[in-house]
Design a protein around this ligand. Structure first.
Ligand code: UDP
Ligand code: MG
Length: 320
């Protein structure tokens, strides 16, 4: 029903929402008057409210009701995390292409125009946005660089450096990845694992427009762990090499056996426990997220009405 869906996960983003809405409106206007596409795309916005405790929900409803862009707001029952919020957005997106973008304007919404055009003109299913420069704090830069280098080095499928969740995929990529029972999910890995034709475009990542990062250290650590567990089969081999080196060092330098034992078995049990914990989580089969409410604006209802009328006209045979 739509040509393009734009999915935005939001967690306590009240401060950025008015500016974000302005930018998204600019983007939609640009795309819908754009002559070089050769058609006027129908675009929808999907906000996934990932358990915000501030005024995020209220502000989105207000902004969307004053907008003529069909907008859906999915309110999750609590905070399930960014990747799960993306799944909710992907499940409800009706577009032939689906773009995902952060709310804080670190990713410029206007770049979606280039992503969409690239997908159509180059006939690719995936367009990834790669950061060539980051205007962020030192801590974020260092942890992110370490994460990308590590996962790129040991991942089984190609994972691109400095590519996060700012991307555009076709509905068939979305259908493919949603069928995969990966919990928790790591979309960067899933999307490149799918192997569909991919184009990369580059951009400069700005600092957050307002507010604080919603990715706590714990959330970053969990994401990195999921990435390593789900996308690398090299961990057992790397572990064996590590243990062997420690053993050689210990014997060579005559370490007391308690030091040797600690250096080998504590990290060993930690890795084993992380694997077990993840298997246990999978066996529990808990849903990835729960929805409290799906809300749609008036523009969405109007577009739905038009679609139904058109469908009815198409189905009713003309009298002769
Ligand atoms: N986010 C979310 N749930 C979370 C954490 C973050 O939906 O538990 C959203 C957040 O509102 C933003 C995007 O995910 O739209 C990326 O978060 P953020 O910009 O804080 O991450 P950073 O850029 O600092 O890595
Ligand atoms: Mg951000």
């Amino acid at each position: 029903m739509f040509d393009l869906s734009i999915v935005i996960p939001v967690y306590n983003e009240e401060e950025v929402l008015p500016a974000l809405f302005r930018e998204l409106t600019k983007l939609v206007k640009k795309l819908t008057i754009s002559k070089n596409l050769g058609f006027i795309p129908k675009i929808e916005l999907i906000f996934v409210n990932d358990g915000s405790t501030d005024k995020t929900e209220k502000i989105i409803k207000k902004l969307a009701n004053n907008s003529d862009i069909p907008t859906t707001l999915i309110n999750l029952t609590r905070n399930f995390g960014h990747q799960s919020a993306l799944t909710a957005g992907y499940k409800y997106a009706q577009g032939k292409f689906i773009a995902t973008i952060d709310a804080d304007l670190q990713d410029p919404p206007l770049l979606i125009e280039e992503m969409y055009k690239t997908a159509i003109s180059e006939k690719v299913d995936i367009v990834l946005a790669q950061r060539i420069k980051r205007d962020e704090g030192v801590f974020k830069k260092i942890t992110a660089t370490m994460f990308y280098k590590l996962i790129k080095a040991i991942s089984d499928s190609p994972i691109y450096e400095e590519v996060a969740d700012f991307r555009l995929i076709s509905d068939r990529v979305r259908d493919t990845i949603l069928k995969i029972d990966e919990t928790p999910r790591f979309y960067r890995g899933l999307v490149s694992w799918s192997g569909y034709k991919t184009k990369i475009i580059t951009y400069k990542r700005k600092p957050r427009y307002k507010g604080e990062s919603k990715y706590s250290l714990k959330k970053m650590f969990n994401l990195a762990t999921i990435a390593l567990i789900n996308y690398s089969s090299k961990i057992p081999m790397l572990w064996t090499i590590y243990a062997f080196l420690v053993l050689l060092l210990g014997v060579g330098f005559k370490w007391p056996s308690v030091v040797l034992f600690t250096a080998i078995f504590i990290p060993y049990s930690a890795i084993l426990l992380i694997y077990l914990q993840n298997i246990y989580k999978k066996l529990q089969k808990k849903p990835e997220f729960l929805i409290d409410e799906i809300w749609r604006n008036k523009a969405y209802d109007r577009s739905e009405k038009t679609r139904k009328t058109k469908e009815r006209k198409r189905k009713t045979p003309k009298r002769v």
